[in-house]
Design a protein around this ligand. Sequence first.
Ligand code: AMP
Ligand code: ZN
Ligand code: FE
Ligand code: FE
Length: 291
Amino acid sequence: MPHEIDLHTHTVHSDGTTTPEDNALMAKRLGLSGLALTDHDTVAGWAQMRDACTHHGLVFVPGIELSTERDGRSVHLLGYWVDPDDPALVAECDRLRNERVRRAQEICAKLAGLGMPIDVGRVQQIAGDAPIGRPHIASAMIEAGYVTEIGEAFDEYLADGGPAYVPKYAVDPLRGLRLLRDAGGAVVLAHPGVSEDGGGPVTPGLLDELAAAGLAGVETDHPAHEPDVVERWRALADTHALVTTGASDFHGERKDLRLGERTTSATTLEALRAAVNNEMHSKVSVSPTAR
Ligand code: AMP
Ligand code: ZN
Ligand code: FE
Ligand code: FE
């Protein structure tokens, strides 16, 4: 597997269970040439991952997976090489994080009403410095003996529309795309064929909108995409001349996925990178005072 990169992995800095060092070591052992870190709504693990990749001679691709929503459908956007200090992006990530704390409190109140009190402080402890998500609440429920596994916690209580469900604050996909692009990122539509948080696949109409607004690529090769879904999204990406990527969406033990299960070639990575550079170039030539 020469010069292959896993462009979508999570760590304990969001809802994964491994550290950046763990991911880098796994990538090295698999013979990958590079690795992206794309934690949800945070860049907290970047420095650690950069050091670990340097140590193992891997190319580090800094990224973030922004959770957006349209019509009750979750749409995940991967932003690569964004400026981690971009004020608008930092503000949005802070807001997403704070709203998640408030939401966790509401979910715990609902669980208490169902006879399953959970200490929010304990959930926060499990999440560590990661933005709180339902998987962390599910872990606390297992710990308290209310359920035996994560899937059960979701199926019975936490899933969208479930008895303990509380929707989360989210931005519209177009606004999310602009935030990431304005922060200098190349934006890739993550796993469009499956909506992890419910709501079904991304519609071709939304892809048209995102493509018109400067989307750079589509994550067509994802473990949750069946072969026909991969083909369908490759064809859709082609109609907009978008780059297509492959990645594992590794989450450690929280999901049954292996790091490196899907990958992206170094050539495709260069095409993505070029998308950012062309963008910078056109911004400068079209509007020299814009930045
Ligand atoms: P949240 O960000 O709090 O809305 O939680 C979303 C996370 O929960 C996603 O990363 C999903 O992987 C996970 N998730 C959603 N549905 C399920 C499910 N049925 N079983 C296990 N994990 C799930
Ligand atoms: Zn996740
Ligand atoms: Fe995702
Ligand atoms: Fe992900």
